[in-house]
Design a protein around this ligand. Structure first.
Ligand SMILES: Nc1nc2c(c(=O)[nH]1)N[C@H]1C(S)=C(S)[C@@H](COP(=O)(O)OP(=O)(O)OC[C@H]3O[C@@H](n4cnc5c(=O)[nH]c(N)nc54)[C@H](O)[C@@H]3O)O[C@H]1N2
Ligand SMILES: Nc1nc2c(c(=O)[nH]1)N[C@H]1C(S)=C(S)[C@@H](COP(=O)(O)OP(=O)(O)OC[C@H]3O[C@@H](n4cnc5c(=O)[nH]c(N)nc54)[C@H](O)[C@@H]3O)O[C@H]1N2
Ligand code: SF4
Ligand SMILES: [Mo]
Length: 694
């Protein structure tokens, strides 16, 4: 296979590995063997040479002085960050010895792998690691933190993550960005919409926060958090009542349209307006615009599904395109995710048969609880591609768990993250530019090959290499645990049981680097739902304990605090990635709490006032930004910040670890908080005293 490692000076192709829908094709510029510039690959059919600022500045992260170069062992209290370097031999031996003892005394289920998608590469995020933990017999992790509620909700209607092809969206006349901050989180979707807008297309944004995406819209519709099902049902009410639906399409390609028509009579615009905060006239106007403007596509974001009722919200919104027959129009429909067009042979990659007996599954949202349970306790945690001390809900409780003296924690990462500070052993990870891997996008329809661009940094090792070493140290001699990255790729893309998967062979991947899913055009005519059709009425949902028809379900009642708190991601970080890199933190400046003028006046808060935000789970401090960006009763912050200023920006100190209605998903945005004017940010005080900045 190719490797660009030995090219000292020149431009080589690559792909972005971050957990972002766009999955951009990249060109990496090398000088004297180092990466000096990262740019977009103009030959990529969707991302077309443009990339975000975060990755433009990726070099600062790759060569950041704080990047880990050797394994470390802890020499101070957990959480403090005192470590000293050790060799790989010592690190791997220490882990293997601990695990052998634990397995003998308490069983392999006392070991919990904790990972997410800090690197989206299939081989390194769900390849050799899975084989190893299957063979070990460790507890399994339900990877529910991101989009699982929405994915399940969408799948009830559409049978999986299948939606409109972004390459057809130049035809689209109406874009509805529904709970997606696309300017920050899906920039190529915005570029496509902006281009269509030049030909007359309209962009509508429905969000709880008028952020940069809302400001770019032709029409911004503010909505109360967790009420989107009601709005979608109100739109359906009008579409049926005014006979704006495509009855031929409904008859041929859906099940349950008659039941739905009767059902939505109980969502009249007046009631919907009271639930959602959207004026009655706007509900009528949006319904008529949706019926009259075609093709239209709804880009469903992750925001609405980070609520207690998030699965049902996405389930409900995903019924809309069928009502007006949008699926039959080029550039019409919806996208929640497109990942299933390129699902690979995950059985061949992960080898579930290596597991000798079933093991429990722990939901990653419930990490705090899992670390505190005394019956069948978790006694060892292996964290990779994730930073739970910052990103997991109820984060102070997570940190309490990580402090347990009887918990043996290993963290594999590029940096000494907040989580790594609690580890007994820290292992240095390569960046994706140092690895070989394959990537599939959740937005466009391309499979990518990544070949190594630079050699491993310092003594760092890739995820797959670490698990190969651990397998050897544990005395596992199955050949599956010795396979090379290239063999893993080969297995992952061979004999794929997916009609859309391109007949891809290594040679083609090497030649073209990105290959498109095939025959996706009329996917909606033959779906993976029980009926094969678009299911407006779903028996499967009923069977799973949900209403069979789309329904508005109110948020769980929390404690008696006045504000719903929506702490989403920000522009310059990728979840907590980059929050520890000076360049990106500087671009982002500091987090703010957006609040409505009316609420602020009552509390004597002005823009720039430092506010204390708290509930029974924890407390945060940041500056207020007062205006009309959010509705009364709602406060919004952006960014998952590293502990640059103590933990005062740790928004997950406040978030609930309740599980959403579907897929074991997270309810980050359904928590309630109190807000009051504070004296000064405590970190700011400390910084002023010490005269330091980040
Ligand atoms: N720059 C940047 N890009 C990223 C990320 C990042 O951290 N930074 N993270 C990546 C990841 S892992 C993901 S999952 C995606 C997430 O990206 P998005 O899909 O954009 O999801 P969020 O930003 O979580 O939320 C989207 C919007 O939903 C709004 N919202 C919250 N609750 C509701 C609601 O009840 N109804 C409505 N209508 N809107 C609501 C929020 O105000 C926000 O503007 O982005 C990816 N891309
Ligand atoms: N309050 C609030 N919390 C949220 C969200 C929110 O909107 N609001 N969003 C949620 C969502 S959608 C998501 S997806 C999660 C994301 O949560 P995480 O998946 O934990 O994402 P990151 O914070 O980016 O952490 C990824 C870590 O992986 C490391 N890493 C990168 N590449 C590799 C590699 O190849 N090997 C190893 N071993 N490590 C690597 C990075 O250095 C980084 O420390 O956060 C969730 N948390
Ligand atoms: S983070 Fe997203 S937009 Fe930025 S380069 Fe990567 S894939 Fe492209
Ligand atoms: Mo995510």
């Amino acid at each position: 296979m190719n490797s660009w490692i030995h090219i000292k000076d020149g431009v080589v192709p690559s792909v972005c590995s971050l957990d972002c829908p766009d999955q951009c094709g990249l060109l990496v510029y090398k000088k004297d063997g180092k990466i000096v510039k990262i740019d977009g690959d103009p030959s990529h059919p969707v991302t077309k040479g443009s990339i975000c600022n975060k990755v433009r500045h990726m070099g600062e992260r790759l060569y950041d002085k704080k990047r880990l170069q050797t394994p470390l062992k802890r020499v101070g209290p957990k959480g403090e960050g005192a470590f000293e370097p050790i060799s790989w031999d010592e690190a791997i031996d220490t882990i293997a010895r601990h695990w052998q003892e634990l397995i003998a005394e308490e069983g392999a289920e006392s070991i919990l792998p904790y990972s997410f998608y800090g690197n989206m590469g299939k081989i390194h995020s769900e390849g050799m690691d899975r084989r190893f933990f299957n063979r070990l017999g460790a507890s399994q992790l339900q990877q529910s933190i991101c989009s699982s509620a929405g994915k399940i909700g969408y799948s009830y209607t559409m049978g999986g993550s299948y939606g409109t092809d972004p390459e057809d969206m130049n035809e689209t006349r109406l874009f509805i960005f529904w709970g997606i901050n696309a300017v920050s989180t899906n920039m190529h979707q915005v570029m496509i919409a902006q281009k269509a807008r030049k030909k007359g297309a309209k962009i509508v944004v429905i969000d709880v926060h008028k952020n940069q995406t809302g400001r770019m819209a032709d029409w911004f519709i503010p909505i109360l958090p967790g009420t989107d099902s009601a709005l979608a049902l109100g739109l359906m009410h009008i579409l049926f009542k005014e006979n704006l639906v495509d009855r031929d399409f409904l008859k041929e390609y859906t099940v349950g349209h008659q039941e739905l028509e009767t059902h939505v009579q109980s969502y009249p615009p007046q009631l919907v307006s009271e639930i959602t905060g959207v004026p009655v006239d706007d509900i009528y106007q949006l319904a008529r615009m949706y019926a009259e403007t075609s093709p239209s596509m709804i880009r469903i974001g992750n925001g609405p599904q980070h609520h207690d009722n998030g699965g049902m919200i996405v389930r409900t919104i995903s019924c809309l395109p069928a009502l007006t027959g949008q699926w039959a129009k080029k550039g019409g429909g919806a996208v929640k995710g497109n990942g299933d067009f390129l699902s690979i042979n995950s059985r061949a990659l992960q080898r579930p048969e290596l597991r000798q007996k079933p093991a429990r599954t722990i939901n990653m949202i419930k990490l705090a609880e899992a670390l505190q349970q005394t019956e069948q306790p978790v006694r060892s945690l292996f964290v990779y591609c994730s930073n739970p001390a910052v990103v997991a809900p109820n984060a102070l409780k997570v940190r309490e768990g990580l402090e347990r003296e009887d918990l043996f924690t290993v963290v594999h990462d590029l940096f000494l993250t907040e989580t790594a500070k609690y580890a007994d052993i820290v292992l240095p990870a390569t960046s994706s530019f140092e690895n070989r891997d394959i990537y599939t996008s959740s937005f466009h329809h391309y499979l990518h090959l990544q070949e190594p661009v630079i050699p491993p940094y310092g003594d760092s090792k890739s995820n797959a290499d670490v698990f190969r070493l651990l397998a050897e140290a544990m005395g596992f001699d199955e050949p599956e645990l010795k396979a090379s990255d290239e063999e893993l790729i080969e297995q992952a893309i061979s004999n794929v049981d997916n009609p859309y998967f391109p007949a891809t062979y290594m040679e083609q991947l090497k030649e073209f680097r990105f290959i498109k899913a095939k025959n996706t055009k009329d996917f909606w005519k033959n779906l993976n739902t029980p009926s094969g059709k678009i299911e407006l009425f779903s028996k499967k949902m009923e069977h799973d304990g949900h209403p069979a028809l789309p329904t508005h379900v109110p948020l769980a009642e929390e404690q008696n605090a006045p504000f719903l708190f929506v702490p989403g991601p920000n522009h310059n970080f990728l979840n907590s990635t980059f929050s520890n890199n000076a360049k990106h933190a500087k671009l982002e400046k500091e987090p703010q709490l957006f609040m409505n003028q009316k609420d602020a006046e009552q509390l004597g808060i002005q823009s720039g006032s430092v506010v204390r935000i708290w509930n029974e789970r924890g407390e945060c401090r940041m500056k207020a930004s007062v205006g009309d960006q959010v509705l009364p009763g709602v406060v919004v912050s952006q960014g998952l910040w590293a502990d640059n200023r103590g933990s005062e920006y740790l928004v997950n100190a406040l978030t609930p670890d309740r599980v959403a209605d579907m897929g074991g998903g997270a309810a980050f945005f359904s928590g309630k908080v109190h807000v009051e004017k504070a004296e000064k940010a405590s970190g700011e005080k400390k910084q002023q005293e010490a005269g330091t900045t980040l």
